[in-house]
Write a protein that binds this ligand. Structure first.
Ligand code: HMG
Length: 459
């Protein structure tokens, strides 16, 4: 590969880029076909979504079933690569008594960082040994005065911001509040201005960032400080969604066909939850289980999963240690109550949601009318997903369900043909040994060392 041949790559057409990539990476005919075959996401749409496009990358799309949320039935599209996630979410929902949910108004936070143009005014100490100004551990007063000026001008600034996005205001959204705080940082004092905006059915990044950039010169004029960062915050604490449900002893008992009693499953889940509260090493994996489902629906609907992930994990340690995003306890009947709460900044308009045809299809399947409804569904999915994983872990163990579904992949990796996959997978599960070595040895047995018949599937 010669990197010079990628100079100005972004200026080329998709076909030209494909040719360059094929040549530079010595692609064979089937690899070239992988690149050039158009799928449900047309190349010209992909080319508008990201830069330097050479192809598209399909992921499986599946439907999670059994969700009853606030009395309404939902079938939920998932897009992800991991076996057993869709089955688990459907299972958790099937075993539940239905989800009750809430979603905050779609209020997002934008931040402006104000820094004094005279660096010595920022300095509050010399702990890093950098003598950038006169050392002092107290607020120098100027920055505090500047923050107070913003508070005084708040009403007028908010009125101005309404004129920046009149459409948003017309639909009931728009700027709602302006909060200014003096921060003591390792580079001295700074002002954090938080602009709170109701973004309605948008994720909100564009609306917020535009408003912040219009607000910045006004703040500079008002304070004499320099407006540096003007950007949305992905810690959307005013835009949370929550869901709760009950899993009864009887349903849980049935789920293991009485092998482990319902009461016992509840006790074990409560122990698992307490363990996650006590150690971030478990809380992280616990939350990974929550995000299995959340990310899958966020991706299916064309939303920004990086923003959701960042917000979820920041919320998990907001003002405390890193903790689980869900909560479990017993109600007075001794049944298991599960709850989830997290920030969910989701949009139905704008970005990939609007232009990716599969995202549009996902929204049609979901039948949600507002971003808040989508958030309520996704919160329920996260709770169901987490519960299903916990139920599996505290009973038969994750391997039996997860690996049962993953076993087919392993069989393919070991070289099983289409006709052999099911048998190899089944025999690995029965042997409770799901790995490539076992798959290869089963294959040898099946074939009696004869060469494989039929078409190989390359995974
Ligand atoms: P099971 O009890 O053997 O399933 O569970 P079942 O055959 O009794 O079926 C129960 C329901 O599950 C079905 O109801 C379906 O809704 C669904 P039905 O429709 O029959 O009335 N279901 C399926 N849906 C689609 N395709 C299938 C399928 N099978 C069952 N093939 C199951 C089997 C896998 C559901 C169960 O073992 C389970 O929930 N396991 C959890 C798996 C899981 O969480 N996987 C995520 C990957 S592991 C991970 O990344 C996270 C983790 O580390 C997080 C953590 O540590 O907390 C685990």
């Amino acid at each position: 590969m010669n990197k010079e041949n990628f100079a100005g790559f972004y200026k080329k057409s998709i076909a030209e880029r494909q040719r360059i990539a094929a040549r530079e990476f010595a692609m064979n005919d089937s690899e070239k076909t992988l690149l050039t075959k158009e799928g449900p996401l047309p190349f010209e749409v992909a080319n508008r979504l990201i830069e330097n496009v050479i192809g598209t990358y399909p992921l499986p799309m599946g439907l999670a079933t059994n969700f009853v949320i606030d009395g309404k039935d939902y079938i939920v599209p998932f897009v992800l690569e991991e076996p057993s996630v869709v089955a688990a979410a459907s299972n958790g929902a099937k075993l539940s008594c239905g989800f009750t949910t809430k979603a905050d108004d779609p209020i997002m936070i934008g931040q402006v960082q104000l820094v004094s143009e005279n660096p010595s005014e920022n300095v509050i100490g010399t702990s890093n040994g950098n003598p950038a100004g006169s050392p002092s551990t107290a607020s120098n007063g100027n920055v505090t005065n500047a923050a107070l000026k913003i508070v005084t001008a708040k009403k007028e600034l908010l009125e101005f911001l309404k004129t920046v996005d009149p459409i948003l205001v017309k639909f009931g959204g728009g700027p709602k509040d302006l909060i200014s705080t003096v921060l003591k940082t390792e580079r001295g004092e700074m002002i954090e201005v938080q602009l709170l905006v109701d973004v309605r059915d948008a994720m909100g990044a564009n609306a917020i960032n535009t408003m912040l950039e219009k607000l910045a010169p006004k703040l500079e004029e008002l304070t004499g400080m320099d407006a540096r960062l003007k950007i949305i915050s992905n810690l959307a604490i005013y835009r949370k969604a929550s869901a709760t449900t009950v899993w009864t002893k009887e349903m849980l008992n049935e789920s293991t066909k009485g092998e482990v009693k319902g009461e016992e499953i509840i006790e074990r889940i409560l122990d698992a939850y307490a363990f996650a509260v006590a150690t971030p090493f478990r809380a992280t994996t616990h939350n990974k289980g929550v995000m299995n489902g959340i990310d899958a629906v966020v991706i299916a609907t064309g939303n920004d999963f990086r923003a959701i992930e960042a917000g979820a994990h920041a919320y998990a340690c907001y003002q405390r240690n890193y903790t689980p995003l869900t909560k479990y306890y017993k109600n007075k009947n001794g049944d298991l109550v599960g709850e989830i709460e997290l920030p969910l900044a989701l949009g139905l308009v704008g970005g990939a949601t609007k232009i990716h045809p599969m995202a549009q299809l996902s929204l049609k399947i979901l039948g949600v009318k507002t971003a808040q409804e989508l958030a309520r569904v996704i919160a329920s999915v996260g709770l169901s997903q987490n519960f299903a994983a916990l139920r599996a872990i505290v009973t038969a163990g994750i391997q039996s369900g997860h690996m049962k579904l993953h076993a087919k992949n392993i069989a393919v990796q070991a070289g099983a043909t289409e006709k052999e996959i099911d048998e190899v997978a089944q025999r690995m599960v029965e042997a409770r040994e799901v790995n490539q070595g076992k798959a290869e040895s089963i294959l040898k047995e099946i074939r009696g060392n004869a060469p494989p018949k039929g078409k190989m599937i390359i995974s």
